[in-house]
Every structure is written in structure tokens, then in C-alpha cells.
Design a protein around this ligand. Structure first.
Ligand code: AMP
Ligand code: MG
Length: 412
């Protein structure tokens, strides 16, 4: 591709399509059930048996013949969860039965203990009508053999893990977690524990990125800071390429004299695009080497995280065999005037349900690309397209929801 093509500013959607074209599901692996929570199910979970496999009582009470009209009935014995009683119920007889116990042969209903009374030699049923099947969970009531219970690509939550256990799986095929190498670049950066000298700042990106990577289900295999020298960067990239499926760097992709990541990516990898028509995050280098993905994110902390959310996260999900989970778009009404810029802007915003049920939005104040605090309390990105005029309060715009709307407008 020519440099002119590479420097074409892509619409964010087009850029994401390119990323997703190169993000390939990694081959699944077997995970022990105890460690499979929050991972992605690689193939659909299909029941191979009926559950429950026996008729089970849903109450503590007496197993009866529902059509029996005897006042007092003989108690043959007791049935507990975990064992067959071996008893057979006939008219005039009952068995005592506990929740979860198999219903004995012959019994057609269970009467709850509250509706019975012991009368010396036997038990009296106080309930007027007993319906056939009452308080019995029939065979297959929970699931039938052949039922598809969980679709491939689902994240395994508590219920999914419980179903796997019920069906006897002590291990499960899940999408492999992509191994991610994170590198922050910049001569000006010092570690959080150090005191910045004149002109220096603390490195925040590699720490915020690590959380974002893990939340996307991926594994951080390397996380370090690299100085803006060709030698250091080259060494760091070689190390990262040997260890990771995905490399995420921050900084060094703009037009500055020490922005060396851009050049190095061009040399080491196949660059797919370099600029996106969005704010924050215009310079974003995406490159590939075989199935390895390399993201050169901008250094400004906000640009870095917004770019991660828009492009890196969907790729990490797809690599785990999950849907890309593009953020859902909703219509919102802005509660204050908002002016636009020369690119599609993703403003960090608060979205809440207004008085009449309509979704309302406001931004989080200054939207400067260095102001990480603009994320705090936000649950959405407000999409502000370039426009000649200011968007007035009450205008309807679109927002990408990161988490559900607030019930009311939050205080801050
Ligand atoms: P760059 O993309 O390298 O030109 O960096 C753009 C801006 O982001 C500069 O002001 C940098 O100092 C700042 N920056 C770059 N990397 C980081 C980082 N890891 N943490 C905090 N700020 C950063
Ligand atoms: Mg830099």
C-alpha cells in the first residue's frame, strides 16, 4: 500500500472492519471447570441426558395416589434425597418424602406436609383435591437430551458453569485467551512510584491498558516502559513478538521527531492503516505480522483508552471466539449545548433515564485528550459529528453505551 493510502483518514467503522478482518479466533483449549468462569464457550453446550433423570419431589410431604380418597392412610416408610426408597405406593398408603427425593413407584402426586396431619397409626390428607403430578418435577423438566442450552461464543457466568457441572463436565473447551504485550513509550515517563523531574510525567497508560486488557478476557504477558530510542524500541518489539499474540503500544505514532513507533511498525510489520477520522485518537497505527496484531495507540491517556475500546477490545474478543460486542448505540437528548470539532468525536458522557423515560445525556466537562478524569462517572461515548453550528440543548444525538444508563441524573 502506498504511503498516501496508509495516511488516508478512515471512518472509525471502516477502521474497525479492517481490524476484525485480521483478528482470527485462536484455537480453543480445555479449561478445568473451576477455572472456566468468565471465559468464552468454544462450542455449544448441548444436553446429552434428560434432567432430572428421575421424578423428583419438590416438597417435603407425602407421596400419594392423587385419586385416592381414603381418610387415613398407612405410612409405608420414608424417602430421602439421594436414594431410591424401593417402596411402592398404592391407594390407602403413602410414603413420607423429602424435597429432591425420587417419587416412589405408584405415587402420582406429593402433598406438602403442611396439608397433612398425623393421626396415630397413619396420616390424614387435609387437601380437598390433589392434582395428578402435583409437586413432582417430571423426568426432563429441567432439560431434555438434545436441548441446546448455551450457544458457542457465550461468556461462562455462574448459571452456565452450573449447567456444565449438572451435565457432568469437569472441564470445558473455551477460546484461548490472547497473550498481550503492553509497552508504553516516551522519554518523559517515570514509574508511578517515582518523583517526576522537570518536564517529566508519570506513566499511566500501561497501567490503565493492563486493566482494559484483562477485562476483555485477555492475558497480559509483558508490560513495560520503553525509551524513545530506536535501539530500545527494536529490542522491546523483538521481545514482545516472541511472547504475544497482540502487541499494544502507547505513544510514538504522531508527527514528532521522537515518534519512532510508527516507522518501526512500517519496517517490522504490514501496516494496515495509520489514521482514523476520530477524536480523540486520530493517530492509530494498526499492523499485522501473520496472525499477530500490533496496535500503536496514541500516547494521550484518553486517546489511548478510547482507541483501545473501539479497536483493540473487539479484536481480543473475536480472538477468544466471542462476538466482537460492538457497543450498542442509543438515541439521547443532550441536556446542554455541545459544540463539535473537525472529526467524529467520542465525548465521555453520562446517560440517564429522564422524567418521561427518554434517555438524556451530558458530557463530563473538558474533553481534552490528556484529561483522564473525563472518564470518571461516564457510562457512554456521545458521538458528536463535525457541524458548522453548535448542537443546542434538547438536540438528539447518538451515544455508544459502555454500561447501562443511570436511573436518574447523577450528582456529579
Ligand atoms: P505521544 O503520542 O508519544 O506524542 O504522546 C502524546 C502525549 O501523551 C504526550 O503529552 C505524552 O507525554 C503523553 N503520554 C504518552 N505516553 C503516556 C503515558 N504512558 N502515560 C501518560 N501520558 C503519556
Ligand atoms: Mg511520545
Amino acid at each position: 500500500m502506498s504511503t498516501a493510502d496508509l495516511d488516508r483518514m478512515l471512518h472509525p467503522e471502516e477502521a474497525r472492519e479492517i481490524v476484525l478482518r485480521f483478528a482470527k479466533p485462536l484455537s480453543p483449549e480445555l479449561a478445568p471447570l473451576e477455572e472456566a468462569g468468565d471465559r468464552v464457550l468454544a462450542q455449544a453446550l448441548v444436553a446429552h441426558v434428560d434432567l432430572p433423570p428421575f421424578r423428583a419431589s419438590t416438597m417435603d410431604g407425602y407421596a400419594v395416589v392423587h385419586s385416592d380418597s381414603m381418610k387415613s392412610r398407612q405410612v409405608l416408610g420414608s424417602g430421602f434425597a439421594g436414594a431410591e426408597s424401593g417402596l411402592v405406593v398404592q391407594p390407602g398408603t403413602v410414603t413420607k418424602i423429602m424435597t429432591g427425593a425420587p417419587v416412589p413407584d405408584g405415587a402420582t402426586a406429593v402433598v406438602m406436609v403442611e396439608n397433612t396431619r398425623s393421626d396415630g397409626s397413619g396420616v390424614a390428607i387435609l387437601q380437598q383435591h390433589v392434582v395428578e403430578g402435583e409437586n413432582i418435577r417430571p423426568v426432563g423438566a429441567d432439560m431434555r437430551a438434545g436441548d441446546e442450552l448455551v450457544a458457542a461464543g457465550s461468556i461462562l457466568g455462574p448459571a452456565e458453569i452450573g449447567l456444565l457441572a449438572s451435565l457432568g463436565h469437569d472441564a470445558v473447551r473455551v477460546g484461548r485467551r490472547p497473550k498481550v504485550a503492553i509497552m508504553s513509550t516516551g522519554d518523559e515517563l517515570v514509574a508511578p512510584g517515582e518523583k517526576p523531574g522537570p518536564g517529566q510525567i508519570r506513566d499511566s497508560n500501561r497501567f490503565s491498558l493492563a486493566v482494559a486488557v484483562r477485562r476483555a478476557g485477555a492475558e497480559v504477558v509483558l508490560n513495560r516502559h520503553v525509551l524513545d530510542t530506536e535501539r530500545e524500541l527494536r529490542k522491546a518489539f523483538t521481545q514482545a513478538l516472541g511472547a504475544a499474540d497482540v502487541i499494544v503500544t502507547s505513544g510514538g505514532v504522531s508527527m514528532g521527531d521522537r515518534d519512532l513507533v510508527k516507522g518501526l511498525l512500517g519496517e517490522l510489520a504490514e501496516v494496515r492503516f495509520r489514521r482514523v477520522f476520530m477524536k480523540p485518537g486520530k493517530p492509530l497505527n494498526f499492523a499485522t505480522i501473520g496472525d499477530q496484531l500490533l496496535f500503536g495507540l496514541p500516547g494521550n491517556p484518553v486517546s489511548c483508552l478510547v482507541s483501545f475500546q473501539m479497536f483493540v477490545r473487539p479484536a481480543l474478543l473475536v480472538m477468544q471466539s466471542a462476538p466482537a460486542e460492538i457497543l450498542p448505540t442509543v438515541d439521547v437528548e443532550i441536556s446542554h449545548d455541545i459544540s463539535s470539532t473537525d472529526r467524529i468525536e467520542f465525548q465521555r458522557a453520562v446517560v440517564w433515564t429522564g422524567a418521561d423515560g427518554r434517555l438524556m445525556a451530558r458530557n463530563t466537562g473538558s474533553q481534552m485528550s490528556a484529561r483522564l478524569a473525563s472518564f470518571i462517572g461516564s457510562n457512554a461515548f456521545l458521538i458528536v459529528h463535525p457541524s458548522e453550528t453548535t448542537f443546542r440543548q434538547g438536540t438528539r444525538l447518538s451515544a455508544l453505551m459502555v454500561s447501562p444508563p443511570y436511573g436518574n441524573e447523577p450528582e456529579n
